[in-house]
Structures are given as structure tokens and as C-alpha cells.
Design a protein around this ligand. Sequence first.
Ligand code: AMP
Length: 113
Amino acid sequence: MSADCLFCKIIAGDIPAEFVAQTDRVVAFRDISPKAPVHVLVVPRTHVENVAQAAAQVPEELAEMAQVAQQIADAECDGQYRWIFNTGESAGQSVFHAHGHVVGGTPLGWEPA
Ligand code: AMP
């Protein structure tokens, strides 16, 4: 846990969120500012900064994130979705606790959602 991390606080229950999945390794909750009809954030419980750190430090959590992302998409948007990891400020990352955006529920063009 990182003391000043928003997603660590959500995982700890200190800040409310609309959870759609919780396992021993990951949590998933709805994005507070959805960019599509389905917009869920899938987050490893361990505080790592980005997806590459997740792969290096907690690969089992990253693998479970992929499974949970698919389960959410199966339940909410026919199993069809985009999974986005913004990495770095100029790519749009604003929360530096790794998270994959599950975006779907509408036809998606090639423009980033
Ligand atoms: P990123 O910009 O890729 O780091 O994604 C961070 C995401 O977190 C953004 O899409 C925000 O809308 C979302 N977000 C910020 N605060 C909250 C919150 N309290 N609950 C749920 N989602 C949030």
C-alpha cells in the first residue's frame, strides 16, 4: 500500500467505489468519469506504478487482471472490449497505480477511447 495513492485507498475501502469484481489478487470498479457505456478499471491489489512493473513484480496479478477483464466484458458487453493501459503522463496516465481500462458497449473506432 502506498499512503497517498488513490487506488490503494479505494482497495482499502477508505474511498468509495462501485466494485464489479474483487478477488484475492485484483479489484475492478467503475470509472468515475466513463468514456463509454462500459468503463471499468481493473487494478492489481499490489501497488505498482504501471503495467510493465506489474508484469515484472506481480505477474500472477497481471494474469488475473486479464481474466477478470474478460469476465467483465463477457457479462457487460458480449465479450468485446478494449483494454487500455495508459503509461506515463503524456499518454494520459493520471493515477500511478497500474490499471487497465475495460472499455466497451459501443462500436469503438481506432481513436483512443
Ligand atoms: P488514467 O488516466 O489512465 O491514469 O486513469 C485513471 C482513471 O481513474 C480515469 O479514467 C479517472 O476517471 C478514474 N478515476 C479517478 N478517480 C476515480 C475514483 N475515485 N473512482 C473511480 N475512478 C476514478
